[in-house]
Design a protein around this ligand. Structure first.
Ligand code: ADP
Ligand code: MG
Length: 318
């Protein structure tokens, strides 16, 4: 139908980090206040995302893994005023197709367990659990050897998952996160403030400023490090536009220009910056794997970032 045809199918699942992204977004959409993430072998053999969200009935559970079924959209109009992360209804279906998937869910009244292997439902059974959902993904790409071969080393895949988790940590300070690699706790973050989450993710940064400023295009808020704290690369810099993580090297450049002469040659300061821009002045590409953003007045946005950062950097003592 029209809704379906308007939704372009995309390659949702590329690696363990992309699975974690989709599953955590679903947990957030389900209004979870606690989310637990665990991976084994860089996520290649096992990924778990567990939440205390609204959960699903047994019927919803079977619908959840069917392509283009979503509980988040009813009309074509909805597509254009999306506030939740998901709406294409293809993430779980795509993951189910290329793994052994186990979903256990309870909506507080009924609990169920669904087992899917390579896209085929093999078992639906009763379960007993608290309200919420646990999704377990075993053996990603077990049935697609070409794509399995394409995955990086365990270490690199785990690193990419950790980076994904770190984005959620700073973007959602009010959500409790537990993140484990194998059985080791990497992050256990209680509900908190952005500045605490910044310290959790970048503990080496001992001096930073949190700020919030109105600009000509909207609000800019975030945390930036004192100029003495830098990395050799931009891995300490994250930008979010209207809540979504984006990659745009011009934003990184604007940030660094705001620091001007205060950073030694080539140093890359730390920053977590959130831009809030009226949706009609920005186009955040909704394709799950593309993180690009298009501003209708890009130069204006970059200039404002340079100005805001410069003002903040001046306030560091020394
Ligand atoms: P989308 O998020 O685009 O709707 P998904 O394939 O990611 O599509 O999920 C399909 C449906 O499964 C969702 O619309 C939602 O109803 C349900 N669902 C998935 N994950 C969860 C979860 N963690 N808690 C509650 N419901 C979920
Ligand atoms: Mg989703």
């Amino acid at each position: 139908d029209e809704v379906i045809s308007k939704i372009a199918a995309g390659e949702v699942v590329t690696n363990p980090a992309s699975v974690v992204k989709e599953l955590v977004e679903n947990s957030v959409d389900a209004r979870a206040s606690k989310i637990e993430i665990q991976i084994r072998n860089g996520g290649k053999s096992y990924i778990k995302v567990s939440d205390n969200g609204i959960g699903m009935s047994t019927e919803e559970l079977t619908l959840a893994v069917q392509r283009y079924t979503t509980s988040k959209i009813e009309t074509l109009e909805d597509i254009y005023k999306i506030t939740s992360f998901g709406f294409r209804g293809e993430a779980l279906a795509s993951i189910a197709e290329v793994s052994r998937l186990l979903i256990t869910s309870s909506n507080g009244e009924v609990s169920g367990k669904l087992e899917v292997v390579g896209g085929k439902v093999v078992r639906i059974s009763e379960a007993f659990r608290e309200r919420g959902t646990t999704v377990e993904v075993y053996d990603l790409f077990f049935n697609v050897p070409a794509r399995r071969k394409f995955l990086s080393s365990e270490k690199v895949e785990a690193r990419m998952v950790t980076e994904m988790v770190e984005r959620f940590l700073v973007a959602l300070p009010s959500v409790e996160f537990l993140y484990k690699i194998e059985d080791e706790v990497v992050y256990f973050a209680k509900p908190s403030r952005l500045s605490d989450r910044f310290s959790t993710v970048f503990p080496e940064v001992r001096e930073f400023r949190e700020f919030e400023e109105e600009t000509s295009f909207g609000k800019v808020r975030g945390v930036i490090s004192s100029p003495q704290y830098c990395r050799k690369n931009r891995t300490g810099q994250m930008f979010f536009v209207n809540g979504r993580f984006v990659l745009d090297s011009l934003l990184n450049s604007a940030l660094e220009r705001g620091y001007g002469e205060s950073i030694s040659h080539g140093g890359k300061p730390y920053a977590v910056i959130f831009l809030e821009i009226s949706p009609d002045r920005v186009d955040v590409n909704i394709h799950p794997q593309k993180l690009q953003v298009k501003f209708s007045d890009a130069q204006g946005v970059y200039n404002e970032i340079i100005r805001v950062v410069r003002d903040q950097v001046r306030k560091f003592p020394g």
